[in-house]
Write a protein that binds this ligand. Structure first.
Ligand code: SAM
Length: 287
């Protein structure tokens, strides 16, 4: 019995076979721990550091000429670290996130004279009316989505972007993939009680899928009265792969940067930032 259960826990899942992002970000206990990481300002576990975000907001504002009359959509906005700052430029900002705890924090910390509109929901299907000069997806969130979900999101972004609008996002590069190794860790209360305030046993597996450019960090969390599995998929990208995905949704890859502050690109990057726009013919490619 225990043998079969362990065999099941150690089995290698097919890439992107299960999507558990909602469980990761909305569980009452771990979403509180995530929020603490987000607003810590010094770590890069959930958001980037405060210094990076300040530089990023300055760069994004200049890149898109943000100000009165511009409109920006921040997908997976978390606790509003970018959205609240970007709203201070005078732009109208809409933030979307499915973590109620993060949205509450974002609303409570916004400047009363420049408050973004926050929408609680899944950016893959929640209704967000309007068109935008900038659509932002920060902190490698694009990499957590399956190929079908990425296509679904890019099609939505195509619909949200104005003709001159820009989609700005960051992704993992191939050097990050090369640096990952397969392995498994077991610990009681793994990650310092991150997963529950009740006692638990947990396994953390790292599976690497070199042919697909995918890494999975899988967490099996076993409490006295429930067992959860969290799948944290990470797609890694070359410029060519990103270009092909954007092209299939009627978008074009315009510029590459080293990161979301506009740093110069690295030829062998751990990660990079892409700026895309609607292709002039504007229609998404079907099939
Ligand atoms: C790594 S955090 C980054 C937050 C923010 N962009 C930042 O850099 O500070 C990812 C955020 O995206 C949200 N998220 C992930 N998948 C989502 C989805 N499908 N729909 C809406 N929000 C999502 C999570 O709740 C979390 O707040």
């Amino acid at each position: 019995m225990l043998f079969e259960q362990l065999e099941h826990i150690h089995a290698r899942p097919a890439p992107f076979s299960t999507y558990t992002a909602l469980d990761l970000w909305t569980d009452p206990h771990s979403s509180q721990r995530m929020l603490e990481f987000h607003i810590d300002g010094q770590t890069e576990l959930a958001s980037r550091t405060t210094a990076f975000i300040d530089r990023s907001v300055t760069w994004l504002s200049g890149l898109a000429g943000l100000g009165e009359g511009s409109q920006l959509l921040d997908l997976g906005c978390g606790p509003g670290l970018y959205a609240n700052r970007l709203a201070l430029t005078g732009a109208e900002v809409v933030g979307v996130d499915f973590s109620e705890r993060s949205i509450d924090y974002a609303q409570s910390t916004a400047d009363s004279t420049a408050t973004p509109t926050y929408v609680l929901g899944n950016y893959l299907d929640v209704e967000v009316p309007g068109t935008f000069d900038v659509v932002l997806l920060a902190m490698y969130d694009y990499c957590a989505l399956s190929p079908d979900q990425r296509r679904q999101l890019l099609d939505r972004i195509h619909g949200w972007l104005r003709q001159e609008g820009r989609f700005v996002f960051d992704v993992y590069g191939t050097r990050s993939l090369d640096e990952r190794e397969e392995g498994v860790t077991y610990a009681r209360d793994l990650m310092d009680g991150f997963w529950s305030d009740e006692p638990y046993h947990a396994f953390h597996h790292t599976f690497v899928y070199p042919d697909e450019g995918v890494v999975l960090d899988k967490y099996e969390i076993i409490e006295s009265n429930r067992t959860r599995t969290i799948y944290n998929w990470l797609q890694h990208f070359t410029e060519a792969k990103l270009h092909a995905e954007l092209h299939a949704s009627g978008l074009t890859l315009d510029q590459l940067f080293g990161d979301l502050t506009g740093a110069p690109p690295d030829p062998d990057p751990r990660g990079f930032c892409a700026v895309a726009s609607r292709r002039p013919e504007a229609a998404a490619v079907t099939g």
